[in-house]
Every structure is written in C-alpha cells, then in structure tokens.
Design a protein around this ligand. Structure first.
Ligand SMILES: [Zn+2]
Length: 418
C-alpha cells in the first residue's frame, strides 16, 4: 500500500462527514499532514476524554441537562479596530465583514478593562471577572471558569468542554480555576496542537524513525524553523510528555505524516493546525462548549506589520471555516451560538511601546475592540452600539448553556437569548 493510501486507511473517520469542506490549502502533502496531525492529536486525547465521560456522578453529553444548546468561542489574539472593523481595515477581514456580519449580532465597542496580556485577558473572558494572575499562566484564574460552572452545576462531562489554543502564552491552567469547591476536577480538556506536534516530531527524531538520513536532516531543519517561528515573546514551550504516550500505531502514522509534510515543504501556520484539530474535536466529541484560541496575529511582536496583517487574514478565514463547520455538522447546526472576539487591541501608532508590536498601553486602541455573535442565540442581525465588556460574555454563555447564573463582575448580554 502506498503512503497516501495507508494514511487514509489508518485515519479513523467520524461518519457522517459534513458535506462541506472549505479547506483552501492546495498543497496536498501539507493538507494531508495537517489533517493527519489533527486526527492523531484527537486520537491521543481520546482516552482522556472517555475517562471524562465515565467520571462518577458525571453525565455524558447524551444526558439531557442544561439547554441542549452549544457554544463555540473564537478568540483572536490582539488586533486593533484599525486593522479590522474600520473603513481601512475591512479589506483584511473579508469573511467576517462580508460573509458573517450581515447575519450577526455585532458589538462595535467591547472593552478589556483588565490586564492586556494574553493569559489574564483570556481568563477574564472565561470567568466573567477581571483576573490579575501571572501573565504567563503560572497561576490559575482565581474564580471559576465557565467550564467549571457548567460541569459542576449541571453534571456535564469533561469531554463536553474543550480549549484548543495556538497561543503559547497560555498553559493548561487556563482550563480551571483555583477557587475552592471548583478546580481541575471540573475543568476543560486543554490542547495545544502545535506543542503536541513539535513533541511528536522531536520524539520521532529521537527514535530515529523518520526514514533515511536525508529526510531526517530536512525534518530537523523544519523542526528548528517551527521552534524559531513560535518563539515570540521570548518564552519557550514547556516540555510536554504527550508524545511519549503515543501508541505504536499512532506513532507510525505520525511518522508517515511527517514525511509527507517534509516533502511538501513550506512553513505552516500554528492557527491552521489549531483549526484542523478544533474541527476534528467537533467531529469526534461534539463538545457543548468549545473555545478556540488563534494567535498567528501575535507575530506582530516580531515587528512585521505585513505578517501581522497576514495573521488577521488567516484568522478571518479560519473563523469563517469554523462557522461553516457549525452549519454543516448535524451535531451543531441550528443549536449553536458562535462568538468571535479579540483579546484586546494593540498599541496606537507612535506610542512609546512601538505601536502595533505590543499591547500594553492604557489607550483606546489597546483596550477597545469588538465582538460578533452568530447562530442560535441571535434573534435578528443588528449592531449594538452600547459599550460592553469582556467580562459580560461569560455569564451570557452560562445562560445560553442553561446554567444557573454565575457570581461574576460581568452582566449577561440581554441581546443574546438561549
Ligand atoms: Zn501578544
């Protein structure tokens, strides 16, 4: 059997597959690699997710608890309104502005009044309280996340709550708080696909199973460039042992996929991989609450405006593709609300923090962005000019999922109805 056929044969599929596959990647080997990586990472996580379903006192997602509604949240990293929802920015977001805005509930003024660093911003969004913990995710949020609230109050399984993230300023501590009576026992599955892939590649290299020496040299070079490419903000990935747990069948498939990837050549985007893994998680586990965190835009920390804008375009396309999956996938269609928002903006041009490079200034450009909601909870498309806050999203999501109200600083957005 040739490699392509073996990959296909080894790749478990979830039937029925949604008919719509808007994947725009034309390079077949890269597509094969990304798809295989998504499938493989989901496979690695399968035992954990199944354990989640069997936890004592927890119901699987077949149980009728809560509203029966699903929620997908897409978080973008830091993007200014100037490069997105402004007259000059619209060209960077053709899908958000052209395809999605006409059917969306849109909030043009959404403020981050907390710490404008990644871990704090995202944990504020996920808890409904402004969090001021370690910027690099060394400490959990201090009040319960929506995952914990949902799981504890309604007896929902871990397999129903997922975070899939590109941003390496996050750690798995984003999935649960340090609040007493809550914590990791009620947390979400948290996945960093690029980290898993790097570990899988490193492991394959260590095992010397990447084919002939020429291939190994290419894999080494590719791995190094990936590691360099992810080294923004000066923090390396932490060592992760997921690759050590691969079973031999999965490992063999990874090696085939790596070979295809190396032969295909060309850099790949962390957000593309995050998208593929997220879609695979939707198809395999159909979680009721999925949070997808993109971060290609954070290449801005390197100072390249054109790469930053390219990251915005990638995020625009991938968010649209996730929405297409929601509409095509029978587990999601007509019962899902999808919310898209940036973590914050970026600093204004001419600021003493290097403008778009960073997101530290206490200015409107950094603090005020936007939010878009689509799907089941949207009665009618409209623009809501009223200023809202990031912390208002969490109690809103809890309401959509049928949870009792949360004790949070945020207030539920009345325009979104479950
Ligand atoms: Zn950043």
């Amino acid at each position: 059997m040739d490699r392509e056929k073996r990959l296909r044969a080894d790749t478990p599929r979830t039937d029925p597959q949604p008919a719509c596959d808007p994947d725009p990647i034309e390079d077949n080997s890269k597509r094969t690699f990304l798809r295989a990586a998504g499938v493989l990472i989901a496979t690695q996580l399968l035992p954990q997710a199944l354990v989640g379903q069997n936890e004592p006192g927890q119901q699987g997602h077949q149980g009728v608890v809560g509203s029966g509604q699903k929620v997908v949240v897409v978080i973008f990293g830091g993007v200014r309104r100037a490069e997105t929802f402004s007259p000059e920015g619209l060209e960077n977001i053709p899908h958000l502005a052209g395809d999605l805005l006409p059917k969306a509930l849109f909030y043009p003024r959404v403020s981050n009044e907390g710490v404008t660093a990644h871990f704090n911003a995202i944990s504020s969004i996920l808890t409904g309280n402004w969090q001021r913990v370690d910027d690099w995710g060394k400490l959990s949020p201090t009040t319960p996340t929506v995952f914990e609230h949902f799981r504890k109050r309604l007896g929902v399984a871990r397999s129903d709550t997922w975070v899939v993230a590109s941003n390496k300023a996050l750690t798995s501590l984003i999935g649960a708080s340090s609040a007493s009576d809550y914590g990791p026992a009620f947390g979400a599955n948290v996945v960093f696909p690029k980290q898993l892939m790097i570990n899988a590649v490193a492991n394959a290299l260590r095992q010397g199973r990447t084919g002939n020496m020429a291939d190994r040299a290419k894999v080494q070079a590719e791995l190094e460039s990936m590691l360099e490419g992810s080294n923004y903000e000066g923090l390396g990935w932490t060592v992760f042992d997921a690759a050590e747990r691969l079973d031999p069948r999965v490992r063999a498939t990874i090696e085939d996929a790596i070979t295809s990837f190396v032969r295909g050549g060309g850099p790949t985007s962390g957000d593309e991989l995050t998208f593929f893994v997220s879609r695979e998680v939707m198809r395999r586990f159909s979680p009721r609450l999925l949070v997808v965190i993109f971060s290609d835009v954070e290449v801005a920390h390197f100072g390249s405006y054109s790469l930053h804008v390219a990251g915005i375009r990638t995020g625009d396309r991938l968010a649209y593709q996730l929405w297409q999956e929601v509409e095509a996938n029978p587990e999601y269609r007509a019962k899902t609300t999808m919310v898209i928002l940036p973590e914050f903006g970026r600093d204004p041009d001419g600021s003493n923090t290097n403008g778009f490079f960073n997101h530290r200034a206490n200015e409107e450009s950094t603090r005020i962005t936007w939010m878009m909601a689509l799907g089941a909870a949207v009665d009618k498309p409209q623009v809501v000019e009223r200023p809202v806050r990031h912390i208002d999203l969490c109690p809103t999501l809890a309401g959509l999922l049928g949870c009792p109200s949360m004790d949070s600083q945020g207030a539920a957005l009345t325009e979104l109805r479950g």
